[in-house]
Design a protein around this ligand. Structure first.
Ligand SMILES: [Mg+2]
Length: 199
């Protein structure tokens, strides 16, 4: 009996999702972005502004979203802090460099959320298994929603790994896997129906 109920629940969810057209969703207000591999090229534990190499179209994508009135919120796993490769101050400097270069293009990250925790972190304070903030857990996304007064249906996430999409799913929002190419074109393709200014 329990099995039947669970099956029916899944069927209902599938049907509801299939019937959800963009026009049935509330206006999009925020886009969560993974950082490494979406905004900047992922050279591995990037933290020095000298290593900041933008993904093609990334600055234009952020600028277009900012100018469309969307909140742009970065959610990034940064176990390099827990591993002792760099510290929070270095991360802040890197993000400040990103903001400065985005501002030149007319864009802005409204908030950066990062997770320094990892189960094998060298720094004891950061050694936490399955931390609620570490993607695919949704802690950073839920904090961003709360801090900006947003509902999950008003946001989406774009990431280059399954854990990003999964974190969005756990927070209750659609996720889009960016597998390379031009981020501005990708944003137009996946969000243009909900935000015509992004087409
Ligand atoms: Mg990534």
């Amino acid at each position: 009996m329990a099995k039947t109920a669970a099956w029916r629940f899944r069927q209902d969810r599938v049907s509801a999702r299939a019937m959800t057209s963009p026009s049935a969703l509330p206006p999009l207000k925020a886009v969560f972005l993974d950082r490494d591999g979406v905004l900047n090229i992922d050279h591995g534990y990037v933290h020095d502004p000298a290593q900041l190499d933008w993904i093609e179209g990334a600055r234009d994508a952020v600028a277009a979203m900012t100018q469309a009135g969307l909140r742009v919120l970065v959610v990034t796993n940064q176990s390099g802090i827990g591993r002792g490769y760099f510290d929070e101050a270095a991360l802040d400097r890197f993000h400040a460099a990103m903001q400065a270069q985005l501002a030149e293009a007319g864009g802005r990250i409204d908030s950066f959320y990062h997770c320094p925790f990892h189960e094998t972190a060298a720094v004891e304070a950061y050694r936490v298994a399955d931390h609620p903030d570490r993607k695919p857990n949704p802690g950073m996304i839920l904090r961003g929603l709360a801090e900006w007064g947003l509902r999950a249906e008003e946001a989406v996430i774009i990431g280059d790994r399954d854990i990003d999409v999964e974190a969005g799913r756990r927070a209750g929002m659609p996720g889009y896997l960016f597998e390379g190419g031009d981020l501005r074109e990708f944003v137009g393709a996946v969000l243009g129906d909900r935000v015509p200014a992004l087409k």
